[in-house]
Design a protein around this ligand. Structure first.
Ligand SMILES: Cc1ncc(COP(=O)(O)O)c(C=O)c1O
Length: 447
């Protein structure tokens, strides 16, 4: 047995068989394989390589910090580089006065946001406020707490592991509100009343926050909320002294065409928001939790509970330097051109809905879910990869279960790159059709 086959059973990073996809080098959006082929990264790795690989700007920042100091715990050393990063992040997402907790990954960002929200809610309106309410089509990380809270039951199949926590309300998307055969999707702004009901059922005095992905990530595959939904959720929460936390781990920093996904809708701004994938951009593991300036002072009040935000490697200087390089890259992008390219990508992808086997295309900016008929996902990924594009899958949850490809190329992709991506996807679907592997009707509405 070759060394790789032998060792891959011992490496416990994925419940699926570990891949044979053998990347030896990478530059920009391209992955160079051991067999000499190059493959375009159509999903930015796990939707994080937002500015491509091998950035000279990131490298320059990390090298400069490396020569200064490679460790400086923020609890004991004046955190210059971290303070610089805090200011840059806040400006980048249009929340210049926010306070920021820097931590080591998306999951921990969510955990720390929960801790901060509880502290704020308790300081403001009562010590019992502990509950965090989530939707049944959500993913917020892979710790025992975040898996228990969220609605992605594919990742947490056993009810007893839910610790009696969540999820608390139906997401405003078809798998959660199935309208029935032949009916158009029934989701609209009124879905927000489910959030009001969930808070009132628990008793608002027990609830610290509602935690939501403003655009659904990889659980449902890029569902976007009905117009007015996020604003109405914010109003419902404010009327009950409940905080709103937006999990923008995946969507933050221009993935959806705006600095934050919530910027697509008026009145949707949250009290706390979590950034991660787009901030580290695959160069470093990091998350930032932003707290509204009207609320942050409550965290420092005499008598406030201890901050949940410390850790040996949190706010590590090399991490912070890499993030500054990523922000340099994002600032260098032509935003108008970026938005236009994202829209063209969406338009091209939506033409695929005419093909047999493609049930839906949804999303915005540089983030789409291409839902396919059951049984097509893995062969489609293979056909696409053979033609030169890598895609990450979403394998869904809810009823009916949806599955498909996450289309999320680096924000630095060119028009030519994106044309290549959509052409390959069309050709891969056509190949499956020609092989007689597509048997189901074309779109979700005809199911
Ligand atoms: C919306 C969302 N929240 C949280 C997480 C967890 O982030 P991490 O994998 O960095 O722990 C993810 C990861 O995919 C995510 O998509």
């Amino acid at each position: 047995m070759d060394q790789y086959l032998h060792r891959r059973h011992r490496l416990l990073t994925s419940s699926r068989p570990l891949p044979d996809f053998d990347v030896v080098t990478a530059d920009g959006p391209w992955l160079h394989l051991a067999d000499g082929r190059r493959v375009f990264d159509g999903s930015s790795g796990l939707v994080c390589v937002n500015v491509g690989q091998g950035s000279p700007r990131v490298r320059a920042r990390v090298e400069a910090q490396f020569t200064r100091a490679t460790y400086a715990g923020a609890a004991v050393v004046r955190p210059h580089v971290q303070l610089e990063l805090m200011d840059r992040i806040c400006r980048a997402v249009g929340r210049p006065q926010d306070s920021v907790a820097l931590v080591t990954c998306g999951t921990l960002g969510v955990e720390v946001a929960i801790g901060l929200a509880r502290n704020i809610a308790r300081a403001r309106s009562g010590k019992r406020r502990a509950d965090i309410l989530t939707s049944n089509l959500s993913y917020h990380g892979n710790s025992a707490l975040t898996l228990a809270l969220a609605g992605n039951h594919a990742r947490r199949p056993r009810p007893e592991d839910g610790l009696d926590l969540g999820p608390a309300f139906p997401a405003p998307y078809p798998p959660a509100h199935d309208p029935g055969p032949g009916q158009p999707p029934a989701c609209d702004v009124s879905c927000a009343e489910e959030v009001a009901k969930a808070i009132d059922d628990r008793g608002a005095e027990n609830v610290a926050a509602v935690l939501i992905e403003p655009v659904n990530g990889t659980t449902g595959g890029a569902y976007t909320p009905p117009d007015g939904y996020l604003r109405r959720v914010a109003e419902i929460c404010r009327a009950r002294d409940v905080l709103v936390i937006h999990d923008e781990v995946l969507t933050g920093l221009w993935r959806t065409g705006t600095p934050l996904a919530s910027h697509h809708w008026d009145g949707a701004a949250p009290d706390l928001c979590i950034l991660s994938k787009g901030l580290g951009a695959g160069y470093t593991s990091v998350a930032a939790v932003l707290v509204d300036p009207d609320l942050a002072p409550l965290l420092r009040h005499p008598g406030a509970d201890p901050l949940p935000a410390m850790g040996t490697m949190a706010t590590h200087p090399l991490q912070a330097a890499a993030c500054l390089g990523v922000l340099d890259e994002l600032e260098a992008l032509d935003r108008t051109a970026l938005r236009a390219r994202g829209e063209r990508l969406g338009d091209r992808l939506r033409t695929l809905t005419g093909l047999p086997g493609v049930r839906d295309v949804r999303g915005l900016g540089h983030f789409y879910g291409v839902e396919v008929a059951p049984g097509l996902l893995w062969p489609l990924m293979e056909e696409a990869e053979q033609r030169g594009v890598f895609f990450y899958p979403f394998t869904g949850t809810g009823h009916p279960k949806s599955e498909g490809l996450v289309v999320a190329p680096p924000l630095t992709s060119t028009d030519e790159n994106l044309e290549f991506l959509t052409a390959v996807l069309g050709a891969a679907m056509a190949a499956l059709n020609n092989q007689g592997r597509v048997h189901s009707p074309p779109t979700r509405l005809n199911i």
